[in-house]
Write a protein that binds this ligand. Structure first.
Ligand SMILES: Cc1cc2nc3c(=O)[nH]c(=O)nc-3n(C[C@H](O)[C@H](O)[C@H](O)COP(=O)(O)OP(=O)(O)OC[C@H]3O[C@@H](n4cnc5c(N)ncnc54)[C@H](O)[C@@H]3O)c2cc1C
Length: 390
């Protein structure tokens, strides 16, 4: 594990999910925190406590960068040994010590890629962006609201980063505009129209072009911001995967070929944990890892590579046909078919494993409903009660 851990959290950052949506099923948050939105430091404490409780620290190699993963072909030791089939190659992993240098190579029977997907910024392609005369940054680099005191700020994007930064920032800025994609999943435009957003915040359409200090939006409106903050999401990036892994990432948003958004359809010993974009975040590993283990111990047979690829393509094309964008290839926030619970149900029924995500999905749905109603107040409810007060 490399420790250039992504400093995505501001000093004041409060989680955007209630604790029981985030917690691991076998390690509850302390009872006084259940159902609440908590400061990020308490999440860090929780993760450290988890590592101590299960005595995990001895397994973690800190300050160690996975520099490369290469597929190696092994000769079958005996014919008919399922663990030696071409679908189950081994992997040569080279690591580099971040402090003091030095590298190490080791062969593994399987690789589970858990390198995260919220640290390499994605920028949309806006004509003239390079000509912008003010300050531009990605939400990944946003920290201190005081830096924007008295400024006119444009937030691009209408999802979690945009509303979190808006809430943190609006009282410092003179004017704050949230520029929404055509898919306004959280209904921030509607919330603005209803007067639910702060007095100096409004929403608008997405930029069509930038020319010097002027941003022109698709509806023809213009704005001259001092600062543009791109809340436009992240890209998948696996620079450590050698070409022999046969993994492609198209436009930073679609990893191929991943069956159930997780398993390499040709090399079953290469899997990707928690790459699905759905608000279950790190607890999703509790669903995906039992699935992975069943494949690795041979107790769950996978369909043929062709069948898996067919399902992968069908899922992608159905998404596009239903109005999603190519960037949503692994996203589960679109009702009714691509919701967090749909992904969990699919994995559970395919793998024959316990569904430990049901309550979490209900909790997320309840929170999501409140976010869509009023982004300024959804954290006020206690989500221990699955249906928050109206
Ligand atoms: C602004 C923001 C707010 C969020 N708020 C919430 C929230 O309120 N609630 C919630 O549940 N989730 C939240 N999330 C999402 C949450 O942070 C992620 O779901 C979670 O961190 C995913 O865990 P992970 O272990 O899969 O990946 P990560 O936490 O990204 O961990 C990946 C690790 O892999 C390491 N790594 C990467 N490449 C290499 C390599 N080549 N070699 C070695 N190590 C490597 C990284 O250094 C990192 O330590 C938020 C995310 C962001 C960006």
């Amino acid at each position: 594990m490399a420790t250039q851990y992504t400093q995505v959290f501001t000093r004041t950052y409060i989680t955007n999910l209630p604790t029981q949506a985030m917690e691991f099923p076998d390690f509850p948050f302390p009872s006084d925190l259940r159902g609440k939105f908590i400061p990020w430091q308490k999440v860090k404490d929780y993760l450290f406590a988890y590592a101590d409780h299960f005595d995990l620290r001895k397994h973690v190699h800190l300050n160690t960068d996975v520099a490369s993963v290469k597929r190696i072909t092994t000769k079958p030791v005996s014919s008919g040994d399922a663990h030696q089939s071409p679908n189950r190659p081994q992997w040569l992993v080279r690591t580099t010590a971040l402090q003091g240098g030095g590298s190490n190579e080791k062969v593994f029977d399987a690789v589970l890629v858990c390198s995260g997907h919220l640290s390499v910024p994605h920028y949309p392609d806006i004509p003239g962006q390079e000509s912008f005369s003010g300050v531009q940054l990605h939400s990944h680099d946003y920290r201190h609201p005081e830096l924007y005191t008295g400024k006119r700020v444009l937030l691009l994007g209408g999802f979690q980063s945009a509303y979190d930064i808006m809430i943190d920032l609006y009282s410092h800025t003179s004017e704050l505009i949230i520029s929404l994609y055509e898919l306004d999943v959280l209904g921030l435009g509607e919330q603005y129209k209803k007067g639910l957003l702060p007095h100096n915040v409004r929403t608008t359409t997405f930029p069509q072009a930038i020319n010097g200090s002027v941003v022109t939006f698709t509806d023809g409106e213009t704005f001259q911001p001092d600062v543009i903050i791109f809340c436009t999401g992240y890209k998948y990036s696996f620079p450590f995967l050698d070409a022999s892994c046969d993994v492609t990432v198209s436009e930073g948003k679609r990893i191929q070929p991943l069956f159930k958004h997780m398993i390499h359809s040709r090399y079953h010993t290469l899997m990707f944990i928690d790459m699905v974009y759905l608000p279950l975040d790190f607890s999703l590993a509790y669903l995906q890892v039992p699935f992975a283990l069943k494949i690795l111990d041979g107790s769950l047979a996978l369909p043929s590579e062709q069948e898996m690829n067919k399902e992968i393509e069908a899922d992608y094309h159905d998404r596009l046909a239903s109005g999603q964008k190519p960037r949503h290839a692994h996203t589960y926030i679109f009702p009714p078919r691509w919701l967090p619970s749909s992904y969990c149900d699919d994995v559970v029924s395919f793998a024959g494993i316990e569904n430990n995500m049901e309550l979490k999905c209900q909790c997320i749905n309840a929170a999501f409903v409140e976010v869509c109603k009023n982004v300024m107040t959804f954290r006020e409810y206690d989500y221990l009660d699955p249906k928050p007060a109206q």
